[in-house]
Design a protein around this ligand. Structure first.
Ligand code: PBG
Length: 344
């Protein structure tokens, strides 16, 4: 059905707008787009969170995170080696702790032979070139699923810090390169720093989960480490209110004063404004965590064929760089490192 004569548009004889500045000029060809590109994502920007499990099977799938497995120690060593080969600088292991080993004070966290410590030793031995970033928080180990110890309904601050310090020391003794307190207790960075120094671990870095929000996007992670069913209540008395960003600045300032070497904002994409504000103001190594719920959202659409996986994932990660992040914790790390390698 050709349009009637009167509606046909003569595109070639349209008058020029006479513009001086045409933003499209620099976009005209791939070489030019490459030349003016402001931000770049490389494998150096990636930290890969992995899940550990004491199991005979090498891999146990995480139901709520398609494509992500819990790895036994041998498999974790193999995958850490593969990640190093792909140019990924660091991994961040998280344990699925057997229910029988969980108790109200998270005492298994202090066991120098626990799953995390054994895995750290094994990975350090076989893959010494990869950095290992270990969470300091009690939630994988507590029967109630909170990051600290409780008195009735209350999560105690100072008593929790005392235990977190000992957990951090156990991890550092096992060979952790970085301690990442994700518990959001007040004063834990200073306490951990002091204990690490006293324990001969002056070189162990602290990556503080400085602005960690009480987010609905951690659900699949809690499925992965098996705390969904056991968590009593929520974490709003210690994790931040998603409504706040001035408060994030105060949290970051405190953690830096207390000795944090690097700081983190978490979750990621929904909190890019916080990443940008923090980086702009403090100019320190700043990381963002693209959390399990963000992974699950993207994967759900990718699996349905509603998004082009590699493109959407790379775009989501580039957004962190644009916001000012120096790196991103992402479950997509190996996939992305492979895609970046292939694109070169
Ligand atoms: C534990 C911890 C959590 C995550 C990282 N460390 C969960 C929580 O605070 O409940 C979430 C990571 C993710 O969702 O990918 N302190």
């Amino acid at each position: 059905f050709p349009a009637p004569e009167s509606r046909q548009v003569e595109v070639h004889s349209a008058p020029s707008l006479g513009l001086t500045r045409r933003m499209r000029r620099n976009r005209k060809a791939e070489w030019s787009r490459r030349l003016v590109r402001e931000n770049l994502l490389t494998s150096d920007d990636l930290i890969w969170p992995i899940f550990l499990m004491d199991a005979a099977e090498a891999c146990t799938p995480v139901e709520w995170m398609p494509g992500v497995d819990r790895l036994n120690i041998d498999e974790a060593v193999r995958q850490a080696a593969a990640a190093a080969e792909l140019g990924i600088p660091a991994i961040a292991p998280f344990p699925f702790v057997e229910k029988a080993l969980r108790d109200p004070t998270g005492s298994e966290a202090l066991n120098g032979q626990n799953l995390m410590c054994r895995a750290v030793r094994a990975i350090k031995k076989e893959v010494p070139q990869i950095g290992i970033i270990c969470d300091a928080a009690l939630d994988p180990y507590t029967s109630h699923g909170h990051d600290g110890v409780m008195d009735g309904e209350r999560v105690l601050n100072d008593a929790s810090v005392a235990i977190l310090v000992r957990q951090a020391l156990a991890l550092a003794d096992a060979g952790a390169d970085v301690i990442a307190p994700s518990d959001m207790m007040d004063g834990r960075v200073a306490a951990i720093r002091e204990a690490l120094d006293a324990g001969g671990h002056e070189d162990v870095q602290i990556m503080a989960y400085a602005a960690k929000y009480a987010s609905a996007f951690y659900g699949p992670f809690r499925d992965a480490i098996g705390t969904n069913a056991t968590l009593i209540g929520d974490k709003r008395t210690y994790q931040m209110d998603p409504a706040n960003s001035d408060e994030a600045m105060a949290e970051v300032a405190l953690d830096l004063e207390e000795g944090a070497d690097m700081i983190m904002v978490k979750p990621g994409l929904p909190y890019l404004d916080v990443v940008a504000r923090v980086k702009e103001h403090f100019r320190v190594p700043t990381f963002a965590y693209q959390v399990s719920g963000e992974y699950a959202m993207l994967m759900a659409a990718v699996r349905n064929g509603w998004l082009d996986g590699d493109k959407a994932i790379l775009e989501s990660l580039l957004a962190f760089k644009r916001a000012g992040a120096d790196g991103v914790l992402t479950y997509f790390a190996p996939r992305v490192a492979k895609a970046l390698k292939a694109a070169r």
